[in-house]
Ligand binder design. Structure first.
Ligand code: PLP
Length: 384
């Protein structure tokens, strides 16, 4: 990390390791030549393990929202019924995209910090006809994580296609797309994958590919079947962000060298450590039930009389650490610490300590050393 850089503890972009930066600085390869064919094949193979699928993963030169739009444009046609589990900003975005494609969206509104109950989902799917269910695995705006395995099991049993926004968690927690019967899973580059923004990843099940062939929704750049056809020739239909692909190969190399089980364990332990540090200060998590708190981002309620935007700014100025405030209706009311990608307990403890110190400067009675120690203790106990 350079001296003038901020430590990024926001839910994307995250810190990019030096090896990945170097790989991206290499000369560009020609995207219609054999070197790119090798590069894209290695990237797809490395991604499949993260998605828990043997299906090819389409890599789009577009941010996570582009990946979400691609999934919906290919899988949901005008007039089809989609149940969208709205856990926050990104659940809402998914439903808005579906509405753009003239889907009949039924909104399942979760309160901020709450997740969907699989039993209720089962009831809803039994009561009405839905062509698709959309949900966000880790809702970045509220720091909650859905039980993907159970929700997927319910939708698969009901024969309804599930579209999952896993943008802020892919590579940070296990996803078993094939085993859980998920129709489409979307990931993004600038989170647990430790890359700059600009790539998204979309995996489709065989059933979803069949749907895509029948979808009447308009699409051109985001035609996933065309992308899959190109992939067979080791290409993408249009000029890809070649340098980001080079970075992706390096990031996947790092990830697979560390081993997915270890990476997932680190993220899970960092989540617990962050919550321990926060609770030691007497602050409240936004997650209604800690068992559903996200492994990759923790959302914390700001004490009533204080504004989280001020806390974020103070930490940036005083400690060169960037954390996030709340979005939309949660602006000023919560702050969020992300612990994903190239991040360990040292970075997290530093951040927890900075939060405490700056809260103390804002008049709260908190002990920075004790908060950092609580985070470290929780991590060591769990990670041991
Ligand atoms: N979905 C989730 C859960 C996200 O956290 C984000 C970005 O933060 C997105 C979608 C949108 O991704 P992007 O900003 O890369 O378009």
């Amino acid at each position: 990390m350079r001296d003038d850089e901020l430590l990024l503890m926001i839910p994307g972009p995250t810190n990019v390791p030096p090896e990945v930066r170097e790989a991206m600085a290499a000369p560009c390869v020609y995207h219609r030549g054999p070197e790119f064919a090798e590069l894209i094949a290695e990237c797809v193979c490395g991604l499949q393990a993260l998605f828990g699928t043997s299906e090819p993963v389409v890599i789009l030169s577009a941010s996570g929202t582009g990946g979400m739009e691609a999934a919906i444009a290919n899988l949901v046609s005008s007039g089809q019924h989609m149940l969208v589990i709205n856990t926050g900003k990104f659940g809402r975005r998914m439903g808005q995209i579906a509405e753009c494609y003239a889907a009949e969206v039924t909104w399942w509104e979760c309160r901020p910090g709450e997740v969907a109950d699989p039993r209720l989902l089962e009831r809803l799917l039994g009561e009405s006809h839905f062509d698709a269910v959309g949900l966000v695995h880790s809702e970045t705006s509220t720091g909650v994580q859905q039980d993907l395995a159970r929700l997927g099991e319910v939708t698969a049993r009901a024969g309804v296609l599930t579209i999952v926004d896993a943008v802020s968690i892919i590579g940070g927690a296990p996803i078993d797309m094939d085993a859980n019967g998920l129709g489409a899973v979307v990931g993004g580059s600038q989170k647990a994958l430790m890359l700059p923004p600009g790539l998204s990843f979309v995996a489709l099940s065989a059933e979803a590919r069949h749907r895509a062939a029948e979808s009447t929704s308009p699409r051109y750049y985001f035609d996933l079947l065309r992308a899959l056809e190109s992939l067979e020739k080791g290409q993408s239909p249009y000029t890809p962000a070649v340098s980001l692909f080079a970075g992706l190969r390096e990031a996947l190399h790092i990830i697979h060298q560390q081993g997915l089980p270890d990476i997932f364990r680190r993220h899970c332990c960092l989540g617990s450590a962050c919550r321990a540090g926060i609770k030691s200060m007497g602050l409240q998590l936004l997650a209604a039930d800690e068992r559903h708190a996200s492994d990759t981002v923790t959302a914390v309620r700001m004490p009533e009389h204080l504004d989280s935007s001020e806390l974020v700014e103070r930490i940036k100025q005083n400690d060169s650490i960037l954390i996030s405030g709340g979005q939309d209706e949660l602006k000023g009311k919560i702050f969020r610490i992300a612990h994903l990608g190239s991040c360990g307990i040292d970075e997290l403890a530093l951040t927890v300590s900075a939060v405490a110190e700056n809260l103390a400067a804002m008049g709260l009675e908190v002990d920075a050393e004790a908060a950092a120690a609580a985070a470290r203790d929780a991590y060591q106990t769990l990670y041991a």
